[in-house]
Design a binder for this molecule. Structure first.
Ligand SMILES: CC(=O)N[C@@H](C)C(=O)N[C@@H](C)C(=O)N[C@@H](C)C(=O)O
Length: 597
């Protein structure tokens, strides 16, 4: 008999990430951006055939793919080496050379919409208004453009246009929990939700006609629901709540007068369909746990991209919006059966003040488990850890490490008031929720108190640093992936259009100086006594390299054991497979070094 060896670390990273996808009007071509040749490029498939062929050779993160209705071209956007400065290009369906549409070095361009005839491009940009952004309508035929919205008050983004382009919808982002929606109607600005003086959010929206629009909002409630706005009479009406969780995205099927609504329920997503005529809401089964993108084809087919903890990103199709889902891509972990991967358990524990916290517990299989538990505080912080494939998690599980990932206060998917709990309190409540997670794991017998490791990215990296500084006794070794090390420098160094939210999100470095000092990891250098690995992308615009540089330098001065990896061609994540493999192999080697006696 032939016996196959245990999987190499590389195998876990020969998995494909799909960033974006789009389907043309005829539903004869599907484009998707994926890193299946080692970096992100756009690939095409001639449906119903699902064999992918390359369309671009740009090797950069793709931020969007949008077909023109006549399918002559698509508008695609890419950044450079993780700088998040997305540039807009036109690309023919057969791929090849890209034609710059709206590009400028150092500026970001957010795709808004293409007119039905493909002649006008709506987009929002940092150009000329770095803090509040401007929205333009660019005429592709004449190469001229008109400014539609001068951003003010908060970053102001294009959201939707009415079918005949008479009305434009936009949002102002005052904070992650305070986003208002507006219409620009005949030169007049109209707010979509009545003014009750309370912070709320308006997220996805879609015009279902020149005079009707639907939107998602939590106006007056804790969970996001579906609402209607009568454009002519300027009337807001609540339509329906999600039976479970809260609505998170909205997609209109024009010909069948249906709205497809995804909903977040903590660690997973659900899908519903709402009939505009019958006013009924029905639940739909999906083949994934986390929905990343939904597109509705002209035929009424639903195209969905998503993942599960044990299955990487894949795209599925539901013809006519009913029947069985057809798999259009079949990405897996090569050489590893799904049963050998770990699906997490959902656990709930009371925090220090009685608040219930939900967490994902990935338990290594008994045949490989090494007794170590990795504590993973997620990034954001207004995001959540979900049942979604992570190559690094599955590699570490395969090597015997279990993982606990708590959705501490501030996480999304648990309502507006829960999400608000991290605002102005980055380092107290959320930190104690994390400490309680470890206490709970020890109490339940799921963790050995001498065998706990700590790792996090971004806000999760910040939390890892803070926990290291304030609770070092819990941990044997710590990995910080582009984490915030100093709140004072962080709030000054974020992208310009984030600056209006910093006061509510993090606090004011002058008036909240004592709180900032207390919640800043670098305050606790002397207690950071455990070995550390710090990883940073040189082009990261969110948590800039200076955040990692300063803590690494300070720790080195103190003679602490700290390793530092800087990736020159990366930002806030990994866009090149080679970098991802090298970094995550280093993480594994680092943990192996401090767990093997
Ligand atoms: C809408 C928006 O981008 N708001 C930002 C203020 C924001 O919340 N950004 C987070 C998604 C983010 O990038 N946070 C970093 C610190 C992270 O933890 O990943």
């Amino acid at each position: 008999m032939i016996s196959f060896q245990k999987p190499k670390a590389e195998q876990f990273f020969q998995t494909t990430v799909i960033q974006q996808f789009a389907v043309n009007a005829e539903e004869s071509q599907l484009m998707f951006s994926s890193n299946m040749n080692g970096a992100f490029n756009i690939w095409g498939m001639d449906l119903p055939h699902t064999f992918p062929y390359p369309l671009t050779f740009i090797n950069q993160n793709c931020h969007g793919i949008h077909y023109a209705e006549n399918s002559d071209f698509a508008v695609v956007s890419f950044d450079e080496n993780g700088d998040e400065n997305s540039q807009l290009y036109a690309m023919p369906p057969e791929g090849g050379q890209l034609v710059p549409l709206r590009t400028e070095e150092g500026e970001r361009h957010f795709f808004g919409s293409l007119s039905e005839d493909g002649k006008r491009l709506y987009y929002t940009t940092t150009r000329d208004n770095a803090t509040f952004l401007n929205t333009y309508c660019y005429d592709l035929e004449n190469d001229t453009e008109k400014k539609l919205i001068e951003g003010s008050g908060g970053a102001t983004y294009f959201a939707a246009r009415s079918p005949e382009e008479q009305t434009i919808a936009f949002i102002r982002h005052f904070a992650n929990t305070y986003v208002l929606g507006y219409l620009l109607k005949g030169g007049k600005e109209v707010q979509l939700t009545p003014d009750n003086g309370e912070q709320h959010t308006v997220s996805d929206m879609a015009f279902t006609g020149e005079k009707d629009m639907y939107l998602l909002t939590n106006y007056g409630e804790d969970f996001t629901y579906l609402a209607h706005f009568d454009v002519e009479n300027e009337q807001f009406t609540k339509v329906i709540n999600a039976p479970e969780g809260e609505f998170s995205s909205l997609h209109f099927d024009k010909d069948r007068k249906k709205l497809y609504l995804s909903a977040s329920l903590g660690v997973e997503d659900l899908l519903y369909v709402y009939s505009l005529e019958g006013k009924t809401l029905d639940n739909m089964e999906t083949p994934v746990d986390v929905i990343e993108q939904i597109t509705i084809g002209k035929s009424g087919a639903v195209y969905l991209m998503g993942r599960r903890a044990v299955e990487p990103f894949n795209i599925f199709k539901l013809a006519d919006g009913a029947g069985d889902w057809e798999r259009l891509t079949s990405f897996k972990v090569p050489g590893i059966a799904e049963e050998s991967l770990v699906d997490p358990d959902v656990i709930r524990y009371p925090s220090y003040d009685g608040l219930e916290i939900e967490a994902l517990y990935f338990k290594a299989k008994p045949e490989v488990e090494n007794g170590y538990l990795i504590h993973w505080p997620h990034g954001g912080p207004q995001a959540s850890e979900r049942k979604m494939f992570r190559a690094l998690f599955q590699l570490l599980l395969n090597r015997g490490y279990s993982i606990i990932a708590p959705n501490f206060r501030g996480s999304t998917g648990y309502g507006l008031s829960f999400m608000k709990m991290v605002e102005g309190d980055w380092g107290y409540g959320p930190r104690l929720d994390n400490v309680k997670a470890i206490d709970y794991m020890i109490e339940q017998g799921y963790a050995d108190k001498d065998k706990i490791l700590l790792m996090g990215g971004s806000y999760g990296g910040y939390m890892a640093l803070l926990l290291h500084g304030r609770h070092a006794d819990y941990y044997k070794a710590v990995v910080d992936i582009f984490g915030v090390s100093n709140l004072f420098s962080f709030v000054e160094s974020v992208p310009e259009h984030w600056k209006p939210v910093m006061k509510q999100w993090v606090g004011d470095p002058e008036t909240d100086k004592a709180k900032f000092t207390e919640d800043t990891p670098i305050t606790y250098l002397d207690s950071m006594t455990k070995p550390m690995l710090v990883i940073q992308g040189a082009n990261d615009p969110r948590v800039v390299k200076a955040e990692s540089d300063q803590i690494v330098e300070a720790l080195k001065e103190k003679g602490a054991a700290v390793e530092y990896i800087v990736l020159e061609d990366e930002g806030h994540g990994f866009s090149k497979k080679e970098n991802e493999i090298n970094v995550y192999k280093s993480v594994l080697a680092f943990f192996e070094k401090y767990t093997k006696n």
